[in-house]
Design a binder for this molecule. Structure first.
Ligand SMILES: *Cc1c(COP(=O)(O)O)cnc(C)c1O
Length: 398
């Protein structure tokens, strides 16, 4: 099909919930994507923090092909080796006790919310409050969009599930006021992603952990975006010296194959009995075979050191750009390879900057209208960082 034909067919038939850029992506190689006409783009979005190992990574392609030739799917009513292996790896890496696989981030969070509710009900029937953060993002199902502290995701979808309250991220005093013995769980992104890349400040997460302990509330950390090595640690919470009761993963966990997971303590796990939760596809052998490649690669010390090192290099370069264009970029935030450039009255809007970068062969993202979000594959090199920095420089300097 020609590009024009694809645009036409898709515009006519696909439910238009995404504002799409007018390119047709056909294939990828490492940190690069190619469109139908063969134009090359350096990919600093990675399918929204998904393609952690880049595109067409040979061991991942091989594992998927080999598993597909054996068996793609069997029911969760039976055991499979890829799932048993992936669960064992997640338990070991997290320091928690039990993993459950879903198909997406929203579903992973939905499962975490359900098990937290069941667990808290066993303590007291009115222990139902779930506190989340303003500006957070937890998904698009009814419960997870209610957990999401951005009202525009909720408008028109009422009635929403009850029991959710919001506090400002990085304000432990406000949480101390809101939390009580009726709090079932506090649910936070370890590093806020979609809301504009906000890492936790100082001892914020330690204070959150203490408040949860004091009130017997579970701490759920959503690492769907910040996990899988993106922060420079496999789980971003490792950076802040705390451990959650439940952590959720998705996005990069299977390098691009749809998957989600929540991992929890044994104590929490006991709240679910056979029949209390389930999924048809979740954790099927194909998805888990892909996840096992990510789980064999990303947690490696050298791999994580690379993320830390190239991330620091990238951040320095972004800070240099900010100094060069102080009237356009207000602040650089982030950890490892989840970085954000806060725009401040730029000459072009965030979306225009993204479009200009695309014309010049770089795919980046703008979130909340004013933050350039840089979430590349974790395998990028310094030279590739320079490539994107040069493009950004030319766009901002024009
Ligand atoms: C993307 C994201 C989700 C939702 O994941 P889906 O796979 O789109 O359902 C939830 N939480 C965070 C932090 C995310 O970045």
């Amino acid at each position: 099909m020609t590009e024009e034909k694809i645009f036409e067919q898709d515009d006519k038939n696909y439910l238009p919930v995404f504002k799409r850029y007018k390119i047709v992506l056909e294939r990828g190689e490492g940190a690069y994507l190619y469109d139908l006409g063969g134009k090359r783009y350096i990919d600093f979005l990675a399918g929204i923090a998904v393609n952690v190992l880049g595109h067409n990574y040979p061991p991942l392609v091989k594992a998927i092909a080999e598993q597909a030739a054996k068996v793609i799917h069997v029911s969760n009513l039976y055991y499979t080796e890829p799932q048993a292996t992936a669960a064992a790896k997640l338990v070991k890496l997290s320091g928690l006790d039990r993993a459950f696989f879903a198909n997406s981030g929203a579903e992973a969070n939905e499962g975490a919310i359900k098990i937290a509710r069941k667990f808290a009900k066993s303590i007291s029937p009115d222990k139902t409050q779930i506190i989340t953060a303003w500006n957070s993002f937890h998904g698009r199902t009814l419960a997870t969009l209610t957990a999401t502290g951005q009202l525009h995701y909720q408008e028109g979808l009422e009635p929403l599930p009850a029991g959710f309250d919001y506090v400002h991220f990085n304000d432990a005093d406000e949480l101390a006021e809101k939390i009580s013995d009726k709090t079932c769980a506090v649910m936070l992104e370890t590093i806020q992603g979609e809301g504009g890349v906000y890492p936790p400040k100082g001892d914020y997460l330690k204070r959150v952990r203490e408040l949860c302990n004091k009130h017997d509330a579970l701490l759920i950390l959503d690492e769907i975006q910040s996990g899988m090595g993106r922060s420079g640690k496999f789980f971003a919470y490792e950076k802040y010296g705390i451990k959650p009761d439940i952590v959720t993963l998705a996005k990069g966990l299977a390098g691009g194959v749809p998957i989600g997971a929540f991992i929890c303590t044994e104590e929490v796990a006991k709240a679910f009995k056979p029949g209390d939760h389930g999924t048809t596809f979740g954790g099927n052998p194909l998805a888990c075979a892909a996840a096992n490649v990510v789980l064999d690669t990303v947690p490696d010390e050298k791999f994580l050191a690379h993320v830390e090192e190239v991330g620091a290099y990238f951040k320095d370069k972004l800070i240099a750009l900010q100094k060069k264009y102080p009237t356009q970029i207000k602040e650089i935030r982030g950890e490892g390879l989840i970085l954000g450039a806060q725009l401040d009255k730029p000459k072009r809007s965030g979306v225009e900057i993204v479009n200009e970068c695309m014309k010049r062969g770089a795919i980046i993202n703008c979130t909340v209208g004013t933050v350039l979000r840089l979430i590349p594959p974790l395998i990028i090199t310094r030279e590739q960082v320079d490539e994107v920095i040069n493009i950004l420089d030319s766009v901002l300097g024009e």
